[in-house]
Design a binder for this molecule. Sequence first.
Ligand code: CP
Ligand code: NVA
Length: 305
Amino acid sequence: MNKVRHFRSLLDINKKEFIRIIERSIELKKETAKGVINNSLSGKTMAMIFKKNSTRTRVAFETAMTTMGGHAIFLSSDSTQLSRGEELSDTAKVLSGMVDIIMVRTHDHNEVEELASNSTVPVINGLTEKFHPCQLLADMQTYYEEKGSIEGKKVAWIGDGCNMCNSYINAAKILDFNLNIATPSGFEPDQSTLNLANDNVELCDLPGKAVEDCDLVTTDVWSSMGDEGDAEKRKALFKGYQINKHLFEKSKNDSIFLHCLPAHRGEEVESDVIDGLRSKVWQQAHNRLYTSKALIEFLLKESKD
Ligand code: CP
Ligand code: NVA
């Protein structure tokens, strides 16, 4: 049997592959701007299982498949037999006999592992409570486009130690940048993820300290999907962790701001930062399309070789 390459987290790719995907995303973006037609996914189908909401991830993957000559099927959990108790392992065995690649967004990271271990085609993690690796591809593409290599640079993560923060930790380890993290006590990122990246990550007590001299400043919502029940409590606890002009000014004067979106202005970020000149969030969101194309291409090719 051919080896199957999955993308369950960033740890499924090495540094060379990460950079190759970024460079290919940049190339695909340039080709698209020139009107080059790419039908390399002709006859290919992606199944997209969404157990959580999405705007960018769904549109990016569906558009990536369509514009490269393939097709994507949107499967919401409530409209499939998953909501009536069909097991994920059975679903994986069925889908992988019909489609070429599977993407899944779900509340439980173990479900991505279960799908992957029962699938004969690549499985992409489109976000779990633990990781959001697809978003990091777009974040890193944006950084490379704006400032070049991120190796040795300083990045600040401010706010919740959520799925995005865990994926930033993975990226810091793989691409070798320095990541300062400031979260309220009790909202630190995943310890086992931190343990793999000790040399690249520093936990800071104060957001001002974390942001000092950084090349990239980033954050995410204070309540991720699944944390909504805690939202009011979190607003109070996260109050000092807002990225506003005052905090952003402590970073380098040519630093950039990224946010995976959706954003809540007035909570984790103020409009003077996210709508400011050094915010690259729209470019970052649009790069989801090109990184999705490059990732699909990479996984299909690597699974065939
Ligand atoms: N950033 C991101 O993944 O957005 P969606 O939730 O809209 O897919
Ligand atoms: N941390 C957020 C990311 C959304 C793209 C969430 O999981 O809801």
